[in-house]
Design a binder for this molecule. Structure first.
Ligand SMILES: C[S@@+](CC[C@H](N)C(=O)[O-])C[C@H]1O[C@@H](n2cnc3c(N)ncnc32)[C@H](O)[C@@H]1O
Ligand code: SF4
Length: 615
């Protein structure tokens, strides 16, 4: 490709990026990258495009490609850890940085790893890596700032301020130091001082997180006008599309504790039909013949540009006559992630092709048994062989098209199938699933099947299940399967329950090794700490925030038209036959929920006690 052509393509690619046409920009940079001279630049811009278009997973993949290609690309190394932290997708970035440190012994990899540990709130690892990094270069300024952050996290605020003040006199670039100082003063409850430091830097960096902190501090110090002014600035530094603007506005409205919202709901659970082609013994939905009115389907579609998540609820969603239209329309919005849960029986080739090719769609198969007898005893009217054959079809399709997609298996654990709990993981592994959820029964429709609650609670079955969980967790790791155990086991961990049952500590060889490692690290840290003078810890003043954010971004449409905020909320906020979903979003009950979350109240007639949303 000639120089002139590349220059032309570069101009087009940057223009597309500037105008928010990220897909087109990526396409052009892919072409540009074919020219070896421009490869590095192109990969960097592709990663940035993915980052800006809210696709951090892909962005991380490209940043990794880049840092592996050139270990000295500092911008890519920093972007990698920053993107991992912003999106909470740590694993791949952490692994890559560790590998590259082992290979090169360069401090920059440790420093970026430390940032990831802080973001994960893994202070122990952060401390360990700070010590390692200090042994390479104690004078590194970035490392000193991280050390101050460590002190802050350990509650030594005054000590941390001391370190940072010293650095202020030494460094030309004071930006990161101002940010840390501002953060510490806000932890101390000295909001005016915190504002002073954030103000020094926010306009210069035009960083939405700094603006959000300032908005919060202005609200806490009753400076409403400044809070609104800063909100405008925050909105001006995110892309000018409906999704980015509305998401930012939503965050601002939560911080400002607004009760009537201009921002829209971000996450919707929508029942499109209660009809089903089979009759599971755990589920009563199939007894109804309810369909979402088309008027509401259209309202839902009008909200797509603003939404980040759409969970399709049924029944079998494929039986809803407008499902294809709703699904196809949702596929047009990259920011909108959809989740389909299916019994897998009704799926046909057309749908399997559509789903596997839809980048924004996650798929879950519900499979509650590994033998025909047990499976069909629970999922009455289904056919085990046909479901497995559909599962195989879709995995083959995925492979032949070279598509990377997580496909999940859901299993509800109950009396009829609990003895197959080990085999459910084996089935997931053999068929190629990379995620498995083990769930408890939550409806009252099958009281005789419930081993966890109610009259049918079965201690023998529980012992069996509790014993299985730690073993399954280990096996899942070996199989590279993400195992979500959504089973109740009281306040203890499954491991503790099992240890009690056996009246002994479970310590497998590997765990013992991990324990020894931990002791070794703790010993090292203790020795270093003994050489340091123990400072008094400072008092941390908790910031007064809403105690559950769900009423600001969730909504759920049920199979009678009633609308809840979430499945854990008791009182309906409206009904689709009476109002539009946008009206319901700001209904009097929705507002009542928001007020309660600001006042940190959870009355029984509003919130289920088992709800995990509160913090
Ligand atoms: C109601 S179904 C609807 C989607 C689809 N028809 C299916 O079976 O996957 C959604 C999920 O709820 C699970 N489920 C059914 N009855 C349940 C119950 N009583 N308690 C908990 N989960 C249940 C199903 O196994 C499925 O994974
Ligand atoms: S397939 Fe799903 S919706 Fe149908 S009866 Fe079973 S659990 Fe209920």
């Amino acid at each position: 490709m000639g120089e002139k052509i590349v220059e032309n393509l570069l101009e087009q690619a940057y223009n597309c990026q500037k105008n928010g046409q990220y897909e087109k920009s990526i396409e052009l940079f892919l072409k540009i990258g074919e020219n070896k001279i421009y490869y590095e630049k192109a990969i960097m811009e592709i990663a940035k495009n993915y980052k800006m278009s809210n696709n951090p997973v892909k962005a991380i993949d490209y940043f990794i490609e880049l840092v592996k290609y050139n270990n000295n690309n500092q911008e890519a190394i920093k972007e990698l850890s920053q993107t991992a932290c912003l999106s909470k997708n740590y694993d791949k970035a952490e692994q890559t940085l560790k590998e590259l440190f082992d290979k090169t012994k360069q401090n920059i990899f440790l420093i970026e790893l430390i940032k990831i540990f802080f973001d994960k709130n893994d202070i122990e690892q952060a401390e360990k890596y700070i010590l390692m990094s200090e042994s390479i270069d104690k004078e590194n300024v970035e490392l000193k700032i991280l050390n101050a952050r460590l002190k802050k996290n350990q509650g030594y605020l005054t000590k941390s301020i001391e370190i940072l003040q010293q650095l202020l006199n030494l460094c030309d670039n004071k930006d990161d130091i101002f940010v840390e100082l501002a953060d510490i003063y806000s932890l101390k409850g000295e909001y005016e001082k915190a504002i002073e430091y954030f103000e020094k830097i926010a306009d210069k960096k035009r960083d939405k997180f700094l603006y959000l902190k300032l908005i919060e501090l202005y609200c806490l110090t009753n400076q409403q006008e400044k809070s609104e002014e800063t909100a405008k600035k925050a909105l001006s530094c995110v892309p000018n599309d409906k999704f980015s603007q509305d998401s930012m506005l939503n965050e601002i409205e939560i911080i400002q504790k607004k009760i009537v919202l201009k921002s829209k709901m971000k996450r919707l659970w929508v029942t499109v039909t209660s009809r089903c082609n089979i009759r599971c013994k755990t589920c009563g939905l199939w007894k109804n013949q309810w369909d979402l009115p088309y008027k509401t389907a259209k309202e839902v579609m009008e909200n797509y540009p603003y939404m980040e998540r759409l969970v399709w609820l049924g029944g079998e969603v494929f039986l809803y006559k407008h499902f294809e239209e709703m699904f196809d329309e949702a596929c047009k919005w990259n920011n909108l992630k959809q989740q389909i849960i299916t019994n897998g029986y009704v799926l046909n080739e057309k749908w399997m092709n559509k789903i596997i090719k839809a980048e924004n769609t996650e798929l879950t198969f519900s499979i509650d048994g590994v033998t025909k007898e047990v499976y069909e005893e629970i999922r009455q009217g289904s056919n085990f062989e046909r479901v497995i054959s559909n599962v195989r079809y879709i995995f083959n399709l995925k492979k032949s098209l070279g598509i990377k997609k997580d496909i999940r298996m859901n299993s509800v654990i109950m009396k009829t199938n609990y003895k197959q709990i080990y085999d459910l993981l084996e089935l997931a592994h053999n068929e190629g699933f990379n995620q498995l959820s083990l769930m408890a029964l939550h409806f009252d429709s099958a009281p005789n099947e419930n081993i966890f609650y109610g009259e049918s609670r079965d201690q023998e079955a529980l012992n069996f299940v509790y014993k299985a969980i730690p073993v399954l967790k280990e096996r899942a790791k070996q199989y590279n399967i993400e195992l979500d155990v959504l089973l109740p086991c009281g306040d203890e961990s499954f491991e503790e329950v099992v240890a009690k049952q056996d009246n002994m500590e479970i310590k497998k060889e590997e765990e013992t090794k991990q324990e020894e490692n931990k002791v070794e690290i703790e010993k090292e840290i203790k020795e270093i700490k003994e050489n340091q003078t123990e400072e008094p810890k400072d008092l941390i003043v908790p910031i007064n925030r809403v105690c559950c954010k769900m009423p600001w971004n969730y909504m759920m449409i049920c199979d009678d038209g009633n609308v809840l905020l979430t499945g854990s909320c008791v009182k309906r906020i409206g009904n689709i036959y009476e109002n539009s979903i946008n009206e319901i979003w700001n209904s009097s009950v929705a507002q009542e929920y928001r007020k309660l979350m600001i006042e940190k109240k959870f009355p029984d007639d509003m919130c289920r006690t088992e709800c995990t949303g509160r913090w």
